[in-house]
Design a protein around this ligand. Structure first.
Ligand SMILES: Nc1ncnc2c1ncn2[C@@H]1O[C@H](COP(=O)(O)OP(=O)(O)O)[C@@H](O)[C@H]1O
Ligand SMILES: [Mg+2]
Length: 348
């Protein structure tokens, strides 16, 4: 099997605790292909940001390793761009200057004019123009600041873009607009993206695959859910795709009902545990398509859940995760589920 562009192998993170140590997550293995957009979803505290920081080279794992294009990630580098929820802009610099700062570091040989033009191109791409380029972060709205952060990350043309709940603090309208811009830019640039989100609808709109993480401690990535909905995707029409609700129901079902039961050590032998190695691949949309053509939901689901994950690393068995049967039936039943109240209820 060809190595993946990004390979995460048996990652674990432990912190010293009052009694021994706290294992936040363990046995986390997955791969990301070049140009792929992968989202990760899991309850608060399961270790998503820690994984992202390890991928960025900002944190070191207790066990395991991360390889990007075959090279071990050992520290931060400009070939990885990061956008955090809280923007992290330099407050004394203008929007343009914040972007130029990274661009000048990335291409030290460039003239100031070239750095400026390149930076302006990306600011315009995220819709910042008409003088907003010259304003300092305090003079910009939350949505505009996040646009600057996104432009800054894209402008260095990173091999890997890491997004940690980048739209979490934005109002729904601004969030939607920036999601559209992100979709457009990714379609143009074929950017490889790893993104944390707590919003299932956002994940379905943006991702090729969604990794589902169990609750911590000893969290794991239980499933890799394929978003087999064709691109280009549009926020307004994606909900009418026959695959949309089967995927959405599967994700919500995991978060509400299964993420807790699957938590615990991979090796503990506790009920629901025992899953080791790469995440199980699930394709709820394919299952629903199969169900409607065969009239047999159970067969369809069985066919769409693979024990031989192509995106995953290694060939370890992946046999212990009990999968939901709600996906095929949920295609029509679950349209009343709204992400806001439901996901607030599960306290993501
Ligand atoms: N320096 C630290 N010492 C002890 N525990 C930590 C430290 N940093 C993070 N943690 C714990 O690791 C867990 C995962 O944190 P985080 O990656 O931020 O989760 P998420 O992003 O999924 O909400 C949390 O329970 C947090 O308390
Ligand atoms: Mg986090």
């Amino acid at each position: 099997m060809n190595p993946h562009f990004l390979e995460i192998k048996s990652l674990a993170k432990r912190f010293p605790a009052k009694q021994g140590e706290l294992t936040v997550f363990e046995d986390v293995s997955f791969g990301i292909e070049k140009g792929e957009f992968v989202c990760i979803i899991g309850h608060s505290g399961c270790g998503k940001s820690t994984i992202l920081n390890v991928l960025a080279g900002l944190d070191a794992p207790s066990d395991g390793e991360v390889l990007m294009a075959g090279k071990e990630v050992r520290g931060p580098a400009l070939e990885r761009g990061i956008v955090f929820q809280n923007y992290s802009l330099l407050p004394w610099r203008s929007a343009l200057s914040n972007v130029m700062f990274g661009v000048a570091a990335r291409w030290p040989g460039w003239s100031k004019t070239r750095v400026r033009e390149h930076s302006l191109k990306y600011l315009h791409m995220v819709g910042l123009k008409d003088g907003a380029e010259q304003r300092k972060p305090a003079q910009l709205s939350g949505g505009m600041r996040q646009r600057v952060a996104i432009a800054r990350a894209f402008a260095i043309e990173p091999k890997l873009l890491l997004l940690d709940e980048p739209f979490g603090a934005l109002d729904a309208l601004t969030r939607g607009t920036i999601q559209d811009e992100l979709l457009k830019i990714c379609a143009e640039t074929h950017q490889t993206v790893f993104m944390i989100t707590h919003d299932v609808d956002e994940a379905i709109l943006l991702a090729d695959r969604i990794l589902l993480m169990t609750n911590g401690p000893q969290a794991r990535i239980a499933e890799s859910v394929r978003v087999s909905i064709e691109r280009p995707r549009e926020r307004g029409s994606i909900v009418h795709d026959p695959g949309y609700y089967p995927i959405r129901t599967h994700l919500v079902d995991f978060l509400v009902s299964r993420s807790h039961g699957l938590s615990g050590s991979a090796n503990s032998g506790a009920p629901g545990s025992g899953h080791q190695g790469p995440p199980r691949i699930v394709d709820p949309a394919e299952a629903a398509r199969g169900a409607s053509s065969l009239g047999s939901p159970s067969n369809a689901i069985g066919n769409a859940v693979s024990n031989r994950p192509s995106h995953a690393i290694g060939k370890g068995p992946s046999n212990a995760v009990s999968h939901s049967t709600s996906n095929a039936n949920g295609a029509t039943d679950d349209r009343s589920v709204e992400s806001g109240p439901l996901l607030r209820a599960v306290n993501l």
